[in-house]
Write a protein that binds this ligand. Structure first.
Ligand code: SAH
Length: 346
């Protein structure tokens, strides 16, 4: 196994069989993390980038079985932030030092392309030095292009799983993996910095599925890879499923760093939810991005993709201070820069 890790370190790739074994053993976690840290330090030093997350709507027309804001969840209390509240949240974030705003939401038809473009172009003209990231699901190529022309420059759309059969078990019939993948390639073609990714330990996920995810990512060559543990939400069909584990998530973060040395990889809020030090451990395992929540607390409490989400009562300033302390305690530093990928494409 040691030789395989050395090979992964040198060549940024491994055979399917070797990846499968590496994913399934806990014997190499320490050395994987060491190598991943080495690679990250060569490219990004000790810098950790912040993305200010604004969860601006929890209305969703989709019905993904794992997600707490799926349309069939009649218990979810729905909200939409107003244009003014979204801009005010950016203002607050900017004054705290955030230089990337991530507008995330369910697929909410209320926010037409015109409305999204209006929001994006306003943020763009107010904050020309910031990155504007959208994470609002599957749209037509024309819509993506319109947002891009309005000033958006990054897009997060996790592929969720690259295997058709697995995709079918996580989503209703009306959704399609082919379409989701096509969206990702469209986004790249338009010129966005693109983030894909998947949940660790989602129901029915096999190690073979994970290898397929890694292969898909190699084909896509995204700039960002978002990967956090699946956590059950009590009002979904997957309420009784176990969460993804800390160990496997950390192992996969290290493997991602070795396969994609240049990638921007977040230590996710979901990782911080399954363990109090999850995000710190994620950074140590090779992640280099954190996404603190800027959403005002009334709305934040309603954006419940999964149960027991952390930081529900903290405001943005508290979240930033808290993370700065946590990150410096493990030997890295949070920087206020826009945090672009250190290569055009991975
Ligand atoms: N509507 C947007 C944003 C989705 S929410 C879109 O379709 O891209 C962002 C991510 O949260 C999802 O891509 C999914 O991977 C993750 N997520 C959803 N439910 C989750 C759960 N129960 N546990 C962990 N992550 C979850």
């Amino acid at each position: 196994m040691k030789e395989q890790i050395e090979k992964l370190f040198k060549e940024n790739d491994l055979s399917d069989d070797a990846l499968l074994s590496l994913i399934q053993t806990d014997e190499c976690d320490e050395i994987l993390a060491e190598k991943a840290d080495d690679v990250r330090r060569k490219i990004y030093g000790d810098e950790v980038y912040l993305r200010g997350l604004i969860e601006f709507t929890n209305y969703c027309k989709n019905d993904c079985y794992y997600c707490g804001i799926r349309r069939s969840n009649k218990c979810a209390e729905r909200y939409r932030m107003s244009f003014d509240d979204i801009i005010a949240t950016c203002d607050k974030g900017y004054s705290l030092g955030f230089r990337t705003f991530v507008l995330q939401g369910g697929e909410d038809p209320y926010f037409t392309d015109d409305k999204i473009c209006e929001i994006v172009s306003n943020i763009r003209s107010k904050y020309p030095d910031c990155a504007i990231t959208l994470s609002i699901g599957e749209k037509s190529k024309e819509s993506y292009k319109a947002y891009f022309d309005a000033g958006a420059n990054r897009y997060l759309l996790r592929h969720e799983t690259a295997t058709d059969g697995h995709y079918r078990r996580l989503h209703p019939e009306e959704m399609s993996l082919t379409n989701r993948k096509e969206c990702l390639f469209n986004l790249k073609e338009i010129g966005y910095q693109v983030g894909a990714g998947f949940m660790v330990g989602s129901p029915y996920q096999t190690p073979e599925n994970i290898v397929a995810d890694l292969r898909f990512l190699q084909m896509l060559e995204p700039d960002m890879i978002g990967m956090g543990p699946f956590i059950a939400q009590g009002q979904t069909p997957f309420a009784e499923f176990k969460s993804g584990t800390l160990e496997l998530t950390l192992r996969l973060i290290s493997i991602l760093r070795l396969l994609f040395p240049y990638a921007l990889i977040p230590a996710t809020t979901a990782l911080g939810t399954i363990h109090p030090k999850g995000r710190e451990m994620g950074i140590k395992a090779g992640a280099n991005v954190l996404m603190p929540n800027l959403t005002p607390s009334d709305e934040r409490k309603k954006y419940l993709l999964y149960d027991n989400k952390i930081c529900m009562d903290d405001d943005a300033a508290m979240c930033k201070n808290c993370l700065e302390t946590r990150i410096s305690s493990i030997g890295y530093k949070i920087v206020n820069s826009v945090g672009n990928v250190k290569r055009e494409r991975i």
